[in-house]
Design a protein around this ligand. Structure first.
Ligand SMILES: NC(=O)c1ccc[n+]([C@@H]2O[C@H](COP(=O)([O-])OP(=O)(O)OC[C@H]3O[C@@H](n4cnc5c(N)ncnc54)[C@H](O)[C@@H]3O)[C@@H](O)[C@H]2O)c1
Length: 394
């Protein structure tokens, strides 16, 4: 089978870009990573040199290049709307890192623009296409735990202390629900489908006095804007109910939980911020068992020399899945704009419900197909790269 590779450009050559550029240039046969771009030209040139990418372009050069079909947006969230809109207007398909945009209305506008122009718009996180969440989805879809009745998720961090090191956390989108909770909401949606109603309570982050003086010399105290701790109740369209706790105002020793309850059993899904945390099945009168992964993309990158950010695993699967949809002429069935919009609306709905004390009715809906099981990414020490990629084709 011969497939014309999708000529792709990465926009934004910061911290997360090295794992994307490494994976997109080496891991997927459907992608031709033809160019990298950054508003800081030297950053793009450095990445191009590091990974042997032919061209380092400006954003206008990317938009004007007729050969580039797909743009991967790795700029900070505050820049997403402008970059995505520019590329859609230039006729490019786009895949963007989270958060989609900083405002739901802007994301809605972009989804509508992509639909109007017949372009695909994909949204991270693609950890939900990893072995952990996909194995859980496979078990749920086959009724192994019966009908899902409820779900409970929580994640904690000291987001305020983290904002000493990661300055982007001090601005919009820096709260724990938006920065990390998005992986949990993304996985909840990928496993159980659309949410219809939300109630919530929340608290803001405290005003923070800088602690690590050498990193924050002269900095005034800051407060991460928005609710940094949120407890929410959800109703899903399938009838299940759910409970979410995101606490960014506590210590950094993470005690994540992700438990799906059903009429016949219980699944512990592990941490959806990782590509393959343990999936544990609990059935009555049995010991809990760790389920073997039914899917590939376990986050272990073995295809070349490691990069500094290898722990970010298989980032880029979502880009390849979009590219296969293009080449196969099939719908963009996984991390679609509708999916990204829904996850953003659920996060925003939690804020609105907490601030108003009212039940928030979610307007958006989406559908997502599970990946085909039985394909693995570590065949022959990871050198048989086509194997897990085959699960992205249909
Ligand atoms: N760093 C992480 O741990 C991590 C993990 C998962 C997801 N993400 C997401 O990835 C994205 C990028 O994160 P990062 O940590 O690499 O950020 P970063 O600040 O390290 O890098 C962003 C880069 O984008 C460039 N840029 C900004 N605006 C631009 C524009 N308009 N046009 C071209 N280039 C522009 C900047 O010069 C910078 O090099 C964010 O959406 C973030 O939420 C980051």
């Amino acid at each position: 089978m011969s497939v014309q590779k999708v000529k792709t450009a990465v926009v934004g050559c910061g911290m997360i870009s090295s794992i994307y550029i490494r994976n997109l240039s080496q891991m997927f046969s459907v992608i031709d990573l033809a160019a990298v771009c950054d508003m800081r030209r030297e950053a793009a040139e450095a990445r191009a040199k590091e990974f042997g990418i032919a061209r380092a372009l400006t954003i206008d050069e990317v938009a004007a290049d007729p050969e580039i079909e797909l743009v991967v947006n790795l700029t900070p969230a505050f820049a997403h709307y402008d970059v995505i809109k520019k590329m859609l207007l230039a006729g490019k398909h786009v895949y963007t890192e989270k958060m989609f945009t900083t405002e739901l209305e802007k994301s809605r506008e972009l989804v509508a623009l992509a639909a109007e122009k017949g372009l695909f718009l994909g949204v991270a996180p693609d950890t939900v296409l990893g072995a952990g969440v996909q194995t859980a989805r496979y078990l749920i879809d086959r009724g192994i735990i019966g009908d899902v009745t409820s779900v409970q998720v929580c994640i904690n961090r000291n987001q305020v202390l983290n904002s000493e090191f990661f300055r982007f956390l001090r601005g919009a989108g820096g709260t724990l629900p938006y920065d990390v909770g998005v992986y949990y909401v993304g996985a909840l949606a990928a496993l159980l489908g659309s949410v219809t109603h939300i109630t919530a309570f929340g608290n803001p982050a405290p005003l923070h006095e800088p602690q690590v003086a050498f990193l924050n010399e002269g900095a005034e105290p800051w407060q991460i804007p928005g609710l940094n701790t949120v407890a929410a109740s959800l109703r899903f369209e399938n009838g299940a109910v759910g409970s979410i706790l995101f606490d960014g105002n506590t210590v950094g020793a993470e005690q994540h939980a992700f438990t799906v309850y059903g009429t016949r059993g219980i699944l512990k899904v592990g941490d959806p911020d990782r590509f393959a945390d343990d999936v544990t099945l609990i059935l009555p009168e049995n010991e809990p068992v760790k389920v073997p992964f039914t899917h590939g993309f376990d986050g272990k990158n073995l295809i070349s020399a490691p990069t500094a950010f290898d722990h970010y695993g298989h980032r880029g699967i979502g880009v390849a899945e979009l590219a296969w949809a293009l080449r196969k002429g099939r719908p963009h069935a996984r991390l679609s704009g509708d999916y990204g919009l829904h996850c953003q609306e659920v996060l925003q709905g939690m804020d609105i419900a907490a601030e108003t004390g009212r039940v928030y009715a979610v307007q958006s809906r989406f559908e997502m197909k599970g990946l085909r099981p039985g394909y693995y990414s570590s065949m022959f020490g990871g050198h048989m790269r086509g194997d897990a990629e085959a699960s992205l084709m249909e």
